[in-house]
Design a protein around this ligand. Structure first.
Ligand SMILES: [Ca+2]
Ligand SMILES: [Ca+2]
Ligand SMILES: [Ca+2]
Ligand SMILES: [Ca+2]
Length: 379
């Protein structure tokens, strides 16, 4: 197939060359050629939106030989609506000047029916290009609804189940349109959907008055139970054309109560370590941290380490982890309140007594008891 095409192409070229040779009056001027006309299928009016129309124009005598690219818009009854030129100078919606792509940005206020966009080009020798056409339809646009007033919580309480009340005023700018529904979605810190549903204007579930354009819902913070991090609330109002307004707010977590401090116990750590002659020696530190408010209330577990003579280690404080990363942190199971860390002694460590002080901190920044542990490094 490709081979056949190649032969056909070569024959055409030979034919054209022979024609030229045979024709003593061979033209030096070639007409411009239009291609790739792009016109939107539908143009909406009355919504302050403009539309970009582009066409490619080439000329065998070079782009400078193109004089004008002219378009006209004809009504269904072939009546001329407008006749203007298109641009390749970086203006009127044209992106790149002098690349042969001509553009015009149109904002039309025409009655609802179909129209025809017709374009042709003329070069400096007054040679006229082929003509390209595209049909498009004009219809009145429709605005998305607008949410004008908000009544939403400024935080998400994670430590107690409390009412969570949402209320917005939604209107649609189009006189013949209406609000079909108002939805909400709450994303938890992991961005998973924590809760979603509808606000109503039927005077129920927290909506105080029916049909007043104020949409409400009263739910609770049960979705947020002890999940710390930023929450995201998305409220969308849909009209009868499925146009939607969208509002997104970020809500930080908060606590109703300060609560009680965490506790730590069951420290596992070696008492004595023989220093390696070369390289490093690792050992595991782990302990259990709990909190009477909720075991998820532990924000972090840390320790400070002091070298022989009481000099604090560089890099204090160090974190212990409850992330199930056995290889990296020595933690066997994530979320079991056993916090772990792999600690390293090198051949350059000083011999003597090292002191470790462990402590947990909760999300109210309350601190636990301190467990002090001594580790003797020997030669
Ligand atoms: Ca609308
Ligand atoms: Ca209402
Ligand atoms: Ca606590
Ligand atoms: Ca663990």
């Amino acid at each position: 197939m490709t081979y056949l095409r190649l032969i056909l192409f070569i024959s055409i070229v030979i034919f054209l060359i022979s024609c030229e040779k045979d024709d003593p009056t061979s033209p030096k001027d070639f007409p411009p050629v239009l291609s790739n006309l792009a016109v939107p299928d539908t143009i909406l009016t009355g919504i302050d939106q403009s539309y970009l129309i582009t066409v490619k124009c080439e000329d065998a005598n070079g782009l400078d030989d193109i004089d004008t690219v002219r378009y006209k818009i004809l009504s269904k009854a072939e009546q001329l609506i407008v006749s203007e030129i298109m641009f390749d100078d970086g203006s009127h919606g044209d992106n790149v000047p002098k690349d042969g792509k001509y553009s015009i940005r149109l904002k039309l206020d025409l009655k609802e029916e179909s129209y025809r966009f017709v374009v042709h080009a003329v070069d400096r020798a007054k040679l006229r290009s082929n003509e390209l056409n595209a049909e498009f339809f004009v219809k009145p646009g429709n605005f998305a609804p607008i949410i004008t007033k908000y009544h939403i919580p400024d935080t998400v309480y994670v430590d107690e189940i409390v009412p969570f009340y949402l209320s917005v005023q939604a209107t649609d700018p189009d006189s013949l349109d209406f609000i079909k529904e108002v939805t909400y979605q709450i994303l938890e810190p992991s961005l998973a959907i924590a809760e979603q549903g509808q606000l109503n204007d039927q005077g129920m579930n927290g909506d105080s008055l029916a049909d007043d354009g104020i949409y409400s819902i009263e739910t609770t913070t049960v979705f947020a139970s002890w999940k710390f991090g930023p929450y995201r609330l998305i409220i969308r109002a849909f009209d009868n054309h499925n146009n939607a307004s969208e509002s997104i707010c970020n809500l930080p977590w908060a606590k109703v109560k300060l609560g009680v401090p965490p506790q730590i116990f069951n420290l596992v750590a070696p008492d004595t370590i023989k220093k390696p002659l070369t390289g490093v020696k690792t050992f595991l530190l782990k302990l259990t941290a709990t909190d009477d408010d909720n075991d998820k209330d532990i924000k972090e577990v840390i320790f400070n380490s002091y070298k022989p003579g009481g000099v604090p280690a560089q890099g204090n404080p160090f974190n212990l982890y409850d992330d199930g990363d056995l290889e990296g942190n020595g933690d066997a199971i994530a979320g079991d309140n056993i916090f772990s860390r792999i600690f390293v002694i090198t051949s350059s460590n000083t011999v003597g007594d090292y002191r470790f002080e462990f402590q947990a901190i909760d999300y109210s920044d309350l601190v636990s008891n301190i467990i002090t542990h001594n580790l003797t490094v020997i030669q």
